[in-house]
Design a protein around this ligand. Structure first.
Ligand code: PLP
Length: 493
């Protein structure tokens, strides 16, 4: 018997072929598959409730089990009926690349552990900077996603801004509280970042927004001045290049001006929207992106990559090194070729997966123009959905944007604000139970709204029509249930 975990080559080949069949199976009839399977939580918990396996099972049976319990029940992000959160459908090239990446199992912490992967990561970062009109020579680091990218951006901002106070060594003790500024629509991960960095969420000043959900610049400047007068230390302005709620893009140029005026760090959360700055049709909305000191981006959003793939971009390597470098004797790179870039010296992680290959292979395979066409298609389909909403008698449009998010509510035969709010709140779990589409809601101006995010290159007008049809049918079912219940109550009274 072979004394390793490896199979004989033929057995391994059989399993690889079988796993490829499973992949192909997921792609058969994507439009015929449900978006959500609605198995009760307890049932799914039971499937996996077993003692720690002492002996291995047959691998073919294991793959059959995975197909039945994991693949066939998966929330269908691939398919074109996923409208919730910001859930891109992935791409076939990133599936292939992820398999190859785990085959070579590189650790992209040190250059000599992953020579090609390290260079590919640098290239992907530079391409992203160029694509988004941020910087032709952008530097940065791939991270798990938008939350990690924003945390990285604020860490860099804090460590570089307060370098004179030696905060990496001494901590924040004894310093006046630092304050950062973002719109009230900023993503919640920035609160988490403030919390993790020891600055505290109270010190993320949430600035009111204008009617289009972009940050109000006058209110922002007032807040900075008030903090300066009251003994706080403003250090960072955070702009949103596409908010999660509505896709609003702040006036980035004006934010950069304010940051310059008050000598603050300028960070942009472009996790959702920054990649759309590559489109000629809307690039003017992103004027000022090039002035950011740091920019967070997600490739598992509008680059259609499989999870996880986020990125923080900055202007030079030194910024990251000043934030993260830590000498350790067993990692000492001083004897190595100085052109080698060691990512562990420029980021928090030491061991790092090779996230760059899937992005690199996708860009090379599809070409950036084709990817841009897909982003534009998502945006055009969002406008199509907004038009359907406006033209209908049963829906009311609550927000639109230049990007792929639209918010609306069901209003037919509902009269008061309370009635509309509570009906739309009930609609979301009813839609989940139905499972044909997957969509969630949010709150805008204290009104509960249905929020559709279109970020899947497999969508088309027909799938958007399907969304509207399903919402109508589920709403009608809820109304019918309600009147049946009311009739029953009246009869029994
Ligand atoms: C604007 C924005 N920022 C940050 C995030 C967090 O990104 P992630 O979910 O990749 O951590 C999101 C996610 O939707 C987002 O839309």
């Amino acid at each position: 018997m072979n004394n390793s975990l490896d199979l004989a080559p033929e057995a391994f080949a059989d399993l690889l072929n079988k796993s490829s069949e499973l992949v192909l199976n997921k792609f058969s009839d994507l439009e015929g598959q449900k978006a959500f399977h609605n198995h009760p939580q307890k049932e799914i918990e039971r499937w996996f409730d077993e003692p720690l396996p002492r002996e291995g099972m047959d691998d073919h049976e294991l793959l059959d089990l995975v197909k039945e319990k994991v693949l066939d029940t998966a929330t269908n992000n691939l398919g074109p009926y996923m409208y919730a959160y910001v859930m891109a459908g992935g791409s076939q090239m990133s599936i292939i690349a992820d398999k190859l990446t785990s085959t070579i199992n590189q650790n992209v912490g040190k250059w000599h552990l992953a020579p090609a992967m390290s260079e590919i990561e640098k290239r992907v970062i530079q391409w992203a900077g160029e694509m988004m009109n941020y910087d032709q020579n952008a530097k940065g680091v791939l991270v798990s996603g938008g939350s990690a990218a924003n945390l990285t951006g604020l860490t860099v901002a804090r460590n570089v801004f307060f370098e004179k106070n030696e905060i990496r060594k001494k901590g924040l003790f004894g310093l006046k509280p630092f304050t950062a500024y973002a719109s009230s629509e900023v993503h919640s991960c920035l609160d988490k970042s403030m919390d993790e960095l020891g600055i505290g969420t109270d010190h993320l000043r949430k600035i009111p927004v204008n009617e289009d959900f972009t940050i109000n610049l006058d209110a922002l400047e007032e807040a900075i001045k008030a903090d300066l007068e009251n003994g706080f230390t403003p250090f960072c302005i955070i702009g949103s290049a596409g908010t999660v709620n509505t896709g609003a893009i702040d006036d980035l140029e004006a934010l950069a001006d304010l940051a310059k005026k008050y000598q603050l760090w300028f960070h942009i959360d472009g996790a959702y929207g920054a990649l759309a700055s590559s489109l000629d049709s809307i690039k003017d909305h992103y004027k000022g992106i090039e002035l950011a000191d740091s920019l967070a981006v997600d490739f598992h959003k509008w680059m259609y990559q499989s999870f996880e793939a986020g990125c923080l971009l900055v202007k030079d390597w030194e910024t990251l090194k000043r934030t993260y470098f830590k000498k350790a004797s067993y990692l000492d790179a001083s004897l190595e070729d100085s052109d080698r870039l060691n990512f562990n010296e420029h980021y928090f992680q030491l061991s790092r997966s090779g996230k760059a290959l899937k992005i690199w292979m996708s860009i090379k395979s599809y070409g950036i123009e084709r990817i841009k066409q897909m982003i534009q298609k998502d945006i055009d389909l969002t406008r199509y959905l907004a038009k359907l909403v406006v033209a209908s008698e049963d829906f009311e449009l609550k927000s639109k944007s230049e990007l792929g998010v639209v918010c609306f509510r069901y209003v037919k035969d509902l009269h008061s604000e309370d009635e509309i709010n509570s009906f739309n709140k009930r609609l979301i779990p009813a839609l989940e139970e139905d499972g044909r589409v997957f969509i969630t809601g949010t709150t805008l101006n204290e009104q509960f709204v249905i929020r559709a995010c279109l970020i899947n290159h497999r969508m088309h007008e027909g799938t958007v029509d399907h969304l509207v049809k399903v919402i109508r049918e589920v709403a009608a079912g809820l109304i019918e249930n309600k009147s049946v219940k009311e009739d029953a109550e009246t009869n029994s009274a």
